[in-house]
Design a protein around this ligand. Structure first.
Ligand SMILES: *C/C=C(C)/C=C/C=C(C)/C=C/C1=C(C)CCCC1(C)C
Length: 260
């Protein structure tokens, strides 16, 4: 009987204009494009994870760790995308806390990738690694304080931008850039250069998302659509494409070494 009443209540809710499906269940609506992007990307992240892990079989020893870390980035993100998707589809609100927990794990892993690329050719000083870590930590903590209302959105944005610019300085003009130029074979240098460009242009998409989400003074519902879709697209570039860059240099370097 209770089941029957609930069924009727659901049907009634569905038939009533203006009541979203989200209020009666967990169904992805065909016009919820942000929700659809959460679904698509969660699946792409799983496929990328399987690919990076399987391809560790194909590359030379020193590249295996890099591919494993790429797979960890997409794995951790895939699990968070399931949670974020759920929050978005069932409540229509921005899953900020899951987003930042994800970034707090995946961004340090991406920085580790940089360090590993340098280590594949020489022994980089560990100071490079810690300076990059401090930069991203400032960037993420202040981003979180701004997005969750612990701090005003503008000052948080400015400090967070400072952390990101510091990382850019370090990889373009600091010790890390000199190391890569001095010791690397051509293919590794080109991978390093592509990874740097991703940190500038790929990562720049996130502050754009923050800006569209909080700083335009627009209607909150439109802003949260823009925020989530922009962050989601940025993740495809910075997690999957970043991994593919590493995969491609790992394969070509391993094959070149085998041909010798
Ligand atoms: C896989 C996730 C990645 C690579 C996330 C990167 C996130 C950023 C580069 C975020 C940067 C931000 C600013 C530079 C200012 C505004 C606040 C943030 C946190 C969105």
């Amino acid at each position: 009987m209770a089941v029957l009443i609930r069924g009727v209540a659901c049907l009634a809710a569905l038939a009533t204009p203006g009541i979203a499906y989200a209020e009666v269940g967990t169904v992805l609506r065909p016009d919820d494009f942000v929700g659809i992007s959460f679904w698509l990307i969660s699946m792409a992240l799983i496929a990328a994870t399987a690919f990076f892990f399987l391809e560790t079989q194909r590359v030379a020893g020193k590249w295996k760790t890099s591919l494993t870390v790429s797979g960890l980035v997409t794995l951790v993100a895939a699990v968070h995308y399931f949670y974020m998707r759920e929050v978005w589809v069932t409540t229509g609100s921005t899953p900020t806390v899951f987003r930042y927990i994800d970034w707090l794990i995946t961004v340090p892993l991406l920085i580790t990738e940089f360090y590993l690329i340098l280590s594949a050719i020489a022994k980089p000083p560990v100071g490079i690694f810690w300076r990059l870590m401090v930069g991203i930590f400032v960037m993420l903590v202040f981003g979180y304080l701004g997005e969750t209302g612990y701090m005003s959105v503008w000052p948080a944005f400015i400090v967070s931008m400072g952390g990101w610019l510091f990382v850019i300085y370090e990889i373009f003009a600091g010790e890390a850039s000199r190391m890569s130029a001095a010791h690397a074979p051509a293919s590794v240098q080109s991978a390093y250069q592509t990874m740097r460009l991703i940190v500038v242009f790929g990562w720049a998409v996130y502050p754009i998302g923050y800006f569209l989400g909080y700083l335009t003074g627009g209607n909150p519902a439109d802003s949260s659509n823009a925020l989530n879709i922009v962050y989601n697209l940025a993740d495809v570039l910075n997690k999957i494409a970043f991994g593919v860059v590493i995969w491609s240099v790992a394969v070509s370097e391993s094959e070149a070494a085998a041909a010798k």
